[in-house]
Design a binder for this molecule. Sequence first.
Ligand code: BG6
Length: 506
Amino acid sequence: MHGLSKHRGSPPTVVIIFGASGDLTARKLIPAIYNLAHDGLLPADFYLIGFGRKSIPDEEFQKIAAGAIKEFSRREMSPEVWARLAPRTLYVSGGYDEKAAFDRLGARIAGLEKEIGQQLQTLYYISTPPTVFAPIIQNLGASGLAARYVGQRNQSKCIIEKPFGRDLASAQALNKELTTVFEESQVFRIDHYLGKETVQDLLVQRFANSIFEPIWNRNFIEHVQITVAEQVGVEARAGYYEQSGALRDMIQNHTMQLLALTAMEPPVSMDAESMRDEKVKVLKAIHPLRLNEDGRPGDVARAQYAEGLIGGKPVQGYLQEEGVNPQSTTETYAALRLSINNWRWQGVPFYLRSGKHMARRVSEIAIRFKRAPGSLFAESDRFQLAANTLAFQIQPDEGLSLILNAKIPGLETRTQPVKMNFKYATTFGSNTPEAYERLVLDAMIGDGTLFIRGDETERSWQLITPIHEHWAEQGRKGLDSYVSGSWGPKSADDLLAVNGHSWREP
Ligand code: BG6
């Protein structure tokens, strides 16, 4: 394991994408590989094999890949870079449950190895619907493809996309499936939020600056708010989303990861196991959520978007969306109030929220500090001191801001909250790598630091699954709604109001 900051280089590699004709492959995976090629980060011997049910000749797949790069890459396609990558872009067709197809894939890889006279690391990228995860994994085992060069640097590896299960039992079953044919060190469970530059910057800010650690605890912090808000609605994904909902789609994975990185103890080193040990430790310290039974308010709110305005345009409610069951109870918004039972965080609420059709697209982590004690400045009503707030803006407008109180120039002593801002784009320019570039490269190198370990995903599901079970019992009871284009439902405001807090408008 190389950790986050060490030398980075991959052995000769072939990346095999299962689900080659999928949306993610076109939008993210192929452009990511192209940009790695552009930056000279791929090994000299690199191949990409698309695997799918459709029978497509190599040349046709190369055209599809070129189209995806032109449409979705953050950089324009350079003819020279593509001229090097195109002949290495290949295709193998077959069913995911067809062992013979995996044997053909194996033969193709062996043929490439013979051609170049070198061993290739195989990186299987499982980017299919979850219904075929199991047959793919089983056939990778049965065909011997999973076991290639195990124990060596070029051992085969497997990246697996979300959703990683839909509850604790299915996540455990999937982990068992994976670890029957792969060693844990070969498995890379992806959460693309961990590949975002600003999420990695959170670690740098926390652990490379000495001013934060002494105040990063219950003595100074009042509460923490983690927001992942989207302006988009369910769009063309109703089929998937109806089975998922905000809690599974965003909270269980992305916001939980943000929480773990915010709240974990400093790891002993930045290598994969030390980092993930700390994340698991803090997830284990989260108290089971209280559900609203017997009229007691619980720690969870859920809602669906109703009609409203997005960007000034009228939009319909979730229940009217195409492909959505008009009686659906799937939540498009979820908010949680969590408490972490350890020395650092006891008594500091962590509020998580995520929703679609919200006022703005914004992901941020806001650390709200306790108010200054005493009343030196606050004696008169005119003096409204703000609580210091440190906000990590994950996207868009990536950056970091700190709210402080300052004196308004003048002969009276009057104060006003002011904002200190650090903007990525201003300091570093705006062409930052996409999350998938970083993650594909890390997996090729064998660095699992920014991937989820099996026990981590299970712990997160263990917290979330009782909520789903409770909601299933409740039906529509307690399911709130919010106007599209707003900051969410009243029930989510109530979650915070109990503690005298309110959601920040990012
Ligand atoms: C995905 C969810 O994991 O993340 C989507 O399935 C969501 O529903 C997306 O839109 C958001 O990702 P990003 O990178 O645009 O914040």
